[in-house]
Design a protein around this ligand. Structure first.
Ligand SMILES: *Cc1c(COP(=O)(O)O)cnc(C)c1O
Ligand code: SF4
Length: 338
């Protein structure tokens, strides 16, 4: 098993040895299809293929419809134009207050410290976001500090993506020390897909850093399917709660990946095994290139009703959509929003 080979490698070497070549990915999975390969090569020109080998190890060999593969393999359908699917569906460029700062909701804001991700998710709403022009520079901290102080409602900072857990422990520690020096900041939230795609990222050093700060730490991981959470991954995820960290999951509802209630019920149950609570189930953002993952409102409604019936309340993720200009994520259940 590919997985076994990477089990013992540290996260830094896994991160520097990602699969970026569509041919290599399909070859590893023993999938032989010229159509898939040529589509992948074309679509990867605008948003590159990027996937850790350990994540590929969780995919089924020989199955072009594997739900993990569909999340990362570039597809020719991404190139189709659709008027509703645009490059900045959430109007984030307009909400950018300072380099790296995205403040839309009252008590909390997103701080982007890197544009890099360990994996490129094809449905990502940030796939067209101009990160590199928009990261804080080494000496931008005084400006960010002043911004927080001018906004007394802020009590939580969210490290977001890119993926903050692609940063070194040293850099994360530096930012945690900066943020905890401000008394008004009580909570640090880390949104990351790395614990799912390279679980070894949750190393002892990082866990100790997160345990030793005054700040309350929340780690929001991102898994869309129970197959992403094998035993080894769950063992690492469990370390979060063992270190006093609140662990939550956000998922995106994706056609072909997790668009049936049973799959989502199993995801919630598996998360709970790893002591991670389901938080959000996002409806797909209408980003250019992701239209083939979209589901109809009535289908979403049906799936969500079945999840509600199939799970205890505490394992039901909140169904939400992000609407540009709103003061919070918009809950969809029970609303005639579709
Ligand atoms: C999603 C998001 C948050 C966090 O929202 P919660 O509902 O607190 O999880 C904060 N800021 C922005 C810009 C977001 O998109
Ligand atoms: S920001 Fe998150 S969803 Fe988007 S590509 Fe990176 S890891 Fe995937």
């Amino acid at each position: 098993m590919i997985n076994y080979l990477y089990q013992e490698q540290n996260w830094q070497s896994q991160l520097s040895d990602l699969i970026t070549d569509p041919f290599e990915l399909l070859d590893q999975l023993e999938i032989c299809s010229d159509a898939l390969l040529s589509g992948a090569i074309l679509a990867s020109k605008s948003f590159k293929l990027r996937v850790p080998r350990a994540f590929v190890g969780k995919m089924r060999k020989g199955d072009p419809l594997d739900p993990l593969l569909l999340q990362v393999l570039p597809h020719h359908l991404e190139l189709e134009e659709h008027p509703e699917f645009v490059t900045d569906p959430l109007g984030e460029e307009a909400a950018n207050q300072l380099p790296g700062v995205l403040h839309k909701y009252q008590s909390r804001f997103l701080l982007t410290l890197t544009g890099a991700c360990a994996v490129h998710c094809r449905y990502c709403f940030r796939r067209h976001f101009p990160y590199q022009e928009n990261l804080p520079k080494q000496d931008d901290w005084p400006q960010i500090k002043a911004y927080i102080e001018q906004n007394p409602h802020i009590n939580e900072v969210i490290l977001s993506g890119g993926d903050p857990l692609t940063l070194s422990n040293r850099k994360l520690k530096l930012w945690i020390e900066r943020l905890e020096s401000l008394q008004q900041v009580k909570i640090l939230r880390i949104h990351s897909r790395v614990p799912v795609v390279i679980p070894q990222r949750l190393d002892t050093e990082l866990l100790e850093i997160l345990k030793s700060t005054r700040l309350r730490i929340i780690v929001v991981i991102h898994a869309n399917h129970a197959a992403e959470l094998d035993d080894q991954t769950c063992a690492y995820l469990e370390k979060l709660s063992q270190h006093g960290i609140t662990a939550l999951n956000q998922a995106v509802l994706l056609k072909g990946v997790n668009d049936d209630a049973q799959t989502l019920i199993e995801l919630s149950q598996r998360l709970f095994d790893a002591r991670v609570m389901p938080y959000y189930l996002h409806v797909l953002d209408k980003v250019k290139g992701a239209q083939h993952f979209d589901l109809s409102g009535s289908k979403i409604d049906e799936i969500y009703h079945d999840i509600l019936a199939g799970l205890p309340g505490y394992l039901v993720p909140k169904l939400v959509r992000e609407i540009a200009g709103e003061k919070n994520k918009t809950p969809l259940f029970g609303k005639l929003t579709f």
